[in-house]
Design a protein around this ligand. Structure first.
Ligand SMILES: [Zn+2]
Length: 248
């Protein structure tokens, strides 16, 4: 059996709903941005799910607030031994103090940061961010060129940007894409998924059935890529009792 899916916005929160052959409604809030996913029994319809989610909004908002707080705490010191992610793999940072221009290099499982002594933590973070940006900048043109014939749209321009709430966005008029800098820390499959997702919006702006059908055609494994991108939930709860929301 195939599973149906829906996208809804409730009080400004975008929510992905997937209907499955399950007994209970399940709500998950996912890092880093507090994405909300609902797995709902097939016997429910969109209205029933919407009502169930509204009832759980206080809990959802608490989880999202915790995620944002955790994100604020995650400022890195940029010292030897810290772990940092590049293309989905974890590396140990090794700081090498030496004169000259700052450099970053991958050496086995180590990420070597070469820099003059007394380089501030902020400056070190800037160096790593610039390097992450370069990784993305080198990968994106080939991906866009690869997918333009499949999607049937051209992307004349794109920008890498720090974004707090989205992995990507696009301008349908100009064909421009914006891609989140954080994607340099995720597996390359994730970047490819976000590029294809945004390019598909150039064909279909909403997340409705047509969008899902196009994604299924272009990239049949997009769901597993999306789930990998959004990683394990920080928090999730099983809701057995749907109460008055049980609309069959
Ligand atoms: Zn979208």
């Amino acid at each position: 059996m195939s599973t149906a899916s829906a996208y809804m916005t409730i009080r400004g929160i975008g929510i992905d709903v997937i209907y499955k052959d399950i007994k209970n409604l399940h709500i998950g809030v996912y890092p880093p941005m507090g994405r909300v996913r609902v797995a709902a029994p097939e016997r429910l319809n969109d209205d029933a799910v919407r009502l169930a989610v509204i009832q759980r909004l206080p809990w959802i908002n608490r989880q999202r607030e915790q995620l944002r707080a955790a994100d604020r705490q995650s400022v890195r010191e940029m010292v030897t031994g810290e772990s940092h992610f590049v293309w989905g793999a974890r590396y140990r940072l090794k700081v090498v103090e030496r004169p000259g221009r700052a450099t970053i290099a991958v050496d086995g499982r180590k990420l070597l940061l070469g820099m003059p002594p007394d380089t501030s933590a902020q400056r070190r973070r800037d160096i790593l961010e610039r390097w992450h940006r370069e990784q993305l900048r080198a990968a994106i043109p080939d991906l866009i060129a690869k997918w333009e014939p499949t999607v049937g749209r051209t992307v004349p321009a794109w920008t890498i940007r720090r974004m707090k709430t989205k992995w990507g966005s696009c301008n349908r008029e100009t064909g421009r894409l914006w891609l989140n800098l954080e994607l340099a820390k995720k597996h390359p499959d994730s970047l490819e998924y976000v590029v294809v997702h945004e390019m598909t919006h150039l064909v279909e702006p909403t997340h409705g059935e047509r969008f899902t059908a196009l994604m299924d055609k272009f990239m049949p494994d997009w769901r597993s890529r999306r789930d990998a991108l959004n990683a394990a939930p920080l928090a999730s709860e099983q809701w057995g009792d749907l109460g008055s929301a049980g609309n069959e």
